[in-house]
Design a protein around this ligand. Structure first.
Ligand SMILES: NC(=O)C1=CN([C@@H]2O[C@H](COP(=O)(O)OP(=O)(O)OC[C@H]3O[C@@H](n4cnc5c(N)ncnc54)[C@H](O)[C@@H]3O)[C@@H](O)[C@H]2O)C=CC1
Ligand SMILES: O=C(O)CCC(=O)C(=O)O
Length: 453
C-alpha cells in the first residue's frame, strides 16, 4: 500500500478490495473495518509513524479463531448440536477481553466484527484490555433454566482450554447475562478446580461487581451527557427513544429517568412499545421482572399499562424525540431510519448496541449536524466496569456502588476527551473519527513497541 503517493480514496479502495478477497461474504466485518479505515487512513497518511509495520493489515486479521462443536441434551432428552466460537483479536495492550453472545443468527462474521470493534473500544477505556468476542448460534429463547445450564456447561467444556485470568477473560453480551456467565464460571471451576476470576459480569455471590449490569446503559447516558455539555445543554426535560429491552436498553432507560429525561419507547425483535406519557421508574421495575425473570416479550407492556401503543414488526425510529439510544443489535438504523430520526427532530444519537447504525445512516447524522456518539465509545462503560471487576477480583476487594459508579463516570468523561482530541475540527466535532483514531493510536503504539510478533 503506497499510502504516501496514492490518494486516500485509492488506498482505501485497494485495501478494502484485498480485505474482501480474504473475508468473502463477511459483510458485518467488512462494514466495521471500512468505517475504521475511512478515518484512520488519512491519519496514517499524515503521520509517518503509523504507516509502518503493516499495522492496519495486521489489525484486520484476528490473532486466533477457535471454533468447536457443542453437544448438549435438552429437556426431552434429545441430543442437540451447536457451534461455538472464540475470536481472539488482539492482545497488545492487555489480555483478550470481550463478551459471549448466544443468538440464533451468530456466525463467524458477527464475532469477527465484534472482536475487531472490541479491540478499539477497550483501548479507548484507558484500561489494559485487548479485544475478543465469542459465542454460539444457540438460541436461548424459550429454553428452560436447566437447558441453559446444560448448554453453558457444554460450551465451557471446550472453551476453558483457551481462556485464563491473564490470557482471555470473557463476559456477557446478547443472550448472556449474569445467569449464563455464572453457569460458565461454575463449569470452569469444576474443570480446573480453581475459583479463578476468568469471567466478568458474574453474579455478585461469586465475585461479580456492583454496577456491572447497569454499566453499559448508564455509560451510554453519561456519554450523551458529556456530549450535550459541550453545547451547554442537559438531559433534563428532553425526550428519548430507546430500542431493545435487554440489559443495555433497560439501564439506559433507568439512567435517563434519573437524569430527568422522558423515555417513550423500548423494543424487541418483534416490535416496539410507545408510551406517550413516558415510562416511569415503577413501570421500568415491571419491565425488569418481565425481561430478567419471566423472560417475556415487550408487547406485554402494552397489555399491562393503559394508553400504550404496540407497533408489531417495526422499529422505534419513526417516533419524534430529541435523543435516540439504539440498544438492541447491529444495523438496526439504516439510511432511511436515520432520515426519519433527523426529520423528527432527533439531535443526539448515543449507540448502546454494537454498530447499530449502517454507514449510510451515520453519514445522514453527520450531514444534519446530529451529535453522534459511536458504539465503541458510547457503550464502552460495560467493558470498563468489567475491567474494574477484574481489578477488584485481583485485590480480593469489593467496591461500593458509589465507588464503581464514580470510576465509570470518570472513564466515560476521559473517553469523551480522547474523542475530542482527534475528532474536533473547528466548531464541528466528528466523534466517530475521534473514537477511531484515538482507539487506533494506543493499539498501534503498543504494536510498534512490541515489534513484529
Ligand atoms: N451487555 C453488555 O454489557 C454490552 C452489550 N453491548 C451491546 O448492546 C446490545 C444489546 O446487548 P444486551 O442488552 O446485553 O443483550 P440482551 O440479550 O440483554 O438484549 C438484547 C435486546 O436486543 C433485542 N434484539 C436482539 N436481536 C434483535 C433484532 N434482530 N432486532 C431487534 N431487536 C433485537 C432483544 O429482543 C433484546 O431486547 C448488543 O449490540 C450488544 O453487543 C455493548 C456493550 C456491552
Ligand atoms: O464486559 C466485557 O468484557 C465485554 C462487553 C462487551 O461484550 C462489549 O463491550 O461489547
Amino acid at each position: 500500500m503506497d499510502i504516501e503517493r496514492m490518494s486516500t480514496e485509492e488506498v482505501l479502495e485497494g485495501f478494502m478490495a484485498g480485505f474482501a478477497r480474504r473475508n468473502p461474504g463477511e459483510d458485518d466485518f467488512y462494514q466495521a473495518v471500512h468505517e475504521l479505515a475511512t478515518d484512520v487512513l488519512p491519519f496514517m497518511k499524515a503521520n509517518s509513524r503509523y504507516r509502518r509495520m503493516d499495522l492496519l493489515e495486521r489489525l484486520t486479521e484476528p490473532d486466533r479463531i477457535i471454533t468447536f462443536r457443542v453437544n448438549w441434551v435438552d429437556d426431552d432428552h434429545n441430543v442437540r448440536t451447536n457451534r461455538g466460537y472464540r475470536v481472539q483479536h488482539c492482545n497488545c495492550i492487555g489480555p483478550y477481553k470481550g463478551g459471549i453472545r448466544f443468538h440464533k443468527d451468530v456466525t463467524l462474521d458477527t464475532l469477527k466484527f465484534l472482536a475487531f470493534e472490541q479491540t478499539f473500544k477497550n483501548s479507548l477505556t484507558g484500561l489494559p484490555m485487548g479485544g475478543a468476542k465469542g459465542g454460539s448460534d444457540f438460541n436461548p429463547k424459550g429454553k428452560s433454566d436447566l437447558e441453559v445450564m446444560n448448554f453453558c456447561q457444554a460450551f465451557m467444556t471446550h472453551l476453558y482450554r483457551y481462556i485464563g485470568p491473564h490470557t482471555d477473560i470473557p463476559a456477557g453480551d446478547i443472550g448472556v447475562g449474569s445467569r449464563e456467565v455464572s453457569y460458565l464460571f461454575g463449569q470452569f471451576k469444576r474443570l480446573t478446580n480453581e475459583l479463578t476470576p476468568v469471567l466478568t459480569g458474574k453474579d455478585l455471590a461469586v465475585g461479580g461487581s456492583l454496577i456491572r449490569p447497569e454499566a453499559t446503559g448508564y455509560g451510554a447516558v453519561y456519554m450523551a451527557e458529556n456530549m450535550l455539555d459541550v453545547k451547554g445543554e442537559r438531559l433534563d426535560g428532553k425526550t428519548a427513544i430507546v430500542s431493545g429491552s435487554g440489559n443495555v436498553a433497560i439501564y439506559a432507560a433507568e439512567k435517563l429517568l434519573q437524569k430527568g429525561a422522558k423515555v417513550l419507547t423500548l423494543s424487541d425483535s418483534s416490535g416496539y412499545i410507545l408510551d406517550k406519557q413516558g415510562i416511569t421508574p415503577e413501570k421500568l421495575e415491571w419491565i425488569k421482572a418481565l425481561k430478567f425473570e419471566r423472560r417475556g416479550r415487550i408487547e406485554e407492556y402494552a397489555d399491562e399499562f393503559s394508553g400504550v401503543e404496540y407497533h408489531a414488526d417495526k422499529r422505534p425510529w419513526e417516533v419524534s424525540a430529541e435523543l435516540a439510544f439504539p440498544c438492541a443489535t447491529q444495523n438496526e438504523i439504516d439510511e432511511s431510519d436515520a432520515r426519519d430520526l433527523v426529520s423528527n427532530g432527533c439531535r443526539l444519537v448515543a449507540e448502546g448496541a454494537n454498530m447499530p447504525t449502517r454507514e449510510a445512516g451515520v453519514k445522514v447524522f453527520h450531514e444534519a449536524g446530529v451529535m453522534f456518539g459511536p458504539a465503541k465509545a458510547a457503550n464502552a462503560g460495560g467493558v470498563a466496569v468489567s475491567g474494574l471487576e477484574m481489578s477488584q477480583n485481583s485485590m480480593r476487594l469489593s467496591w461500593s456502588r458509589e465507588e464503581v459508579d464514580s470510576r465509570l463516570q470518570t472513564i466515560m468523561k476521559d473517553i469523551h476527551a480522547r474523542m475530542l482530541q482527534y475528532g474536533r475540527d473547528g466548531d464541528t466535532i466528528n466523534y466517530q473519527r475521534g473514537a477511531n483514531i484515538a482507539g487506533y493510536v494506543k493499539v498501534a503504539d503498543a504494536m510498534i513497541a512490541l515489534g513484529v510478533i
